[in-house]
Design a protein around this ligand. Structure first.
Ligand code: ASN
Length: 357
């Protein structure tokens, strides 16, 4: 098995500086040592320790079966943008001819956005992709870096299905269902609306539907040769008690391509905001109403306080996470969709991000 690593940045490869943590650790040497020590099953031979560092590209010529691309510049994932997602997509496709599986090493802050974005852009990719990182740098004695990278490799060697997954804190989650829930816990991610694919342990416990080889296809639409991610004007507005129609109107001026309106509960907002939303829709803005609840299932019209939103042309985000919703809007906008058509596509399941009744 040839595993290709794409290293995009994040705490895993950071070191202390007078200004706080920043990229600078020798991740390549650390990974080479880790792979040498990794107890490989028969089908995944690893380079002997003396093989040294991992070459930046395919290493078959030297008899090794891992490769690593370090993206430049390495980022704190807070600096990631849709172009960063595209750089990762490009690197995965550049190695799709040699790799059997992929691991993306990424910062935790926006890991769930990237995992969601990759899931939409890679529905044609045959190999599984696991995104991981750590809360503590690789050089720190109690770091979670080894556990997470080894966990990602174990998931792959046990036959993780196609699709984009996120491994963190002992759990394999669907990448587009995951959300960062803790700044400090080593179990920093959760998947509030979808069960984990697997729990690490002795032995690992796989959900029946995702057990090795069970899911040959990614649920959803196969988007053929998607256009690359661009950076579209998609904004997120969090409602608070007392948000006025005038303030909301200002936030939507000039009109963005799309707005994710984080409403209360199942998608409720005070009726005085409805006219502003109708105006935005008339101006061609795709208005997506999501829930502020961690475990949200938007149902516009269940309450009178949300009923006017659908009539005004807004669409609900169902049980998608904010990260999946935002990345999906960027993906669909990059495919040239706008307005009502963009809104309509938000209700379709592209890569398992949404439960469709
Ligand atoms: N700020 C870091 C990042 O997202 C946090 C981390 O990786 N733990 O890049």
């Amino acid at each position: 098995m040839h595993v290709h690593f794409t290293y995009a940045g994040g705490t895993i490869g950071m070191v202390d500086s007078p200004h706080g943590l920043q990229p600078g650790a020798d991740l390549e040497a650390w990974l080479a040592d880790l792979l040498a020590a990794f107890p490989a099953p028969k089908h995944m031979p690893v380079p002997p320790r003396s093989a040294g560092r991992i070459a930046p590209d395919r290493t078959d010529a030297q008899g090794r079966n891992t490769s690593l691309t370090t993206l430049h510049p390495l980022l704190d994932s807070a600096q990631a943008a849709p172009q960063t997602w595209q750089s990762i997509v490009n690197d995965l496709y550049a190695h799709a001819g040699v790799a059997d599986a992929f691991v993306v090493l990424h910062g935790t802050d926006t890991m769930a956005y990237t995992a969601s974005a990759l899931s939409y852009a890679l529905t044609e990719l045959k190999q599984p992709v696991i995104v991981t990182g750590s809360q503590l740098p690789l050089g720190v004695s109690d770091s979670d870096a080894v556990a997470n990278v080894v966990g990602a490799l174990q998931a792959l060697t046990q036959g993780a299905p196609r699709g984009v997954h996120l491994f963190f804190g002992g759990r394999l989650l669907a990448g587009n269902r995951a959300t960062k829930i803790s700044t400090w816990s080593l179990t920093g991610f959760d998947s509030p609306s979808a069960a984990p694919l697997a729990l690490a342990g002795a032995p690992w416990h796989w959900t029946a539907s995702t057990a090795a080889g069970a899911a040959a296809t990614v649920p959803g639409v196969v988007w053929k040769e998607p256009a690359p991610f661009g950076r579209h004007d998609v904004i997120v507005v969090d409602a608070v008690p007392g948000l006025s129609a005038a303030r909301l109107a200002q936030l939507l001026t000039p009109p963005p391509v799309a707005v994710v309106l984080r409403a209360f509960g199942v998608g409720n907002l005070p009726p005085e905001l409805t006219a502003v939303i109708a105006q935005a829709v008339a101006e061609g803005v795709a208005v997506v109403v999501s829930s502020q609840c961690l475990q949200g299932e938007v149902e516009l019209g269940r309450y009178a306080a949300g009923d006017g939103l659908a009539a005004a042309g807004a669409v609900g985000s169902g049980d998608m996470t904010l990260e999946a919703t935002y990345a999906k809007l960027q993906f669909l906008a990059s495919q040239g969709l706008r307005g009502a058509e963009l809104g309509a596509w938000m209700g379709r399941n592209l890569a398992g991000e949404l439960t469709v009744e």
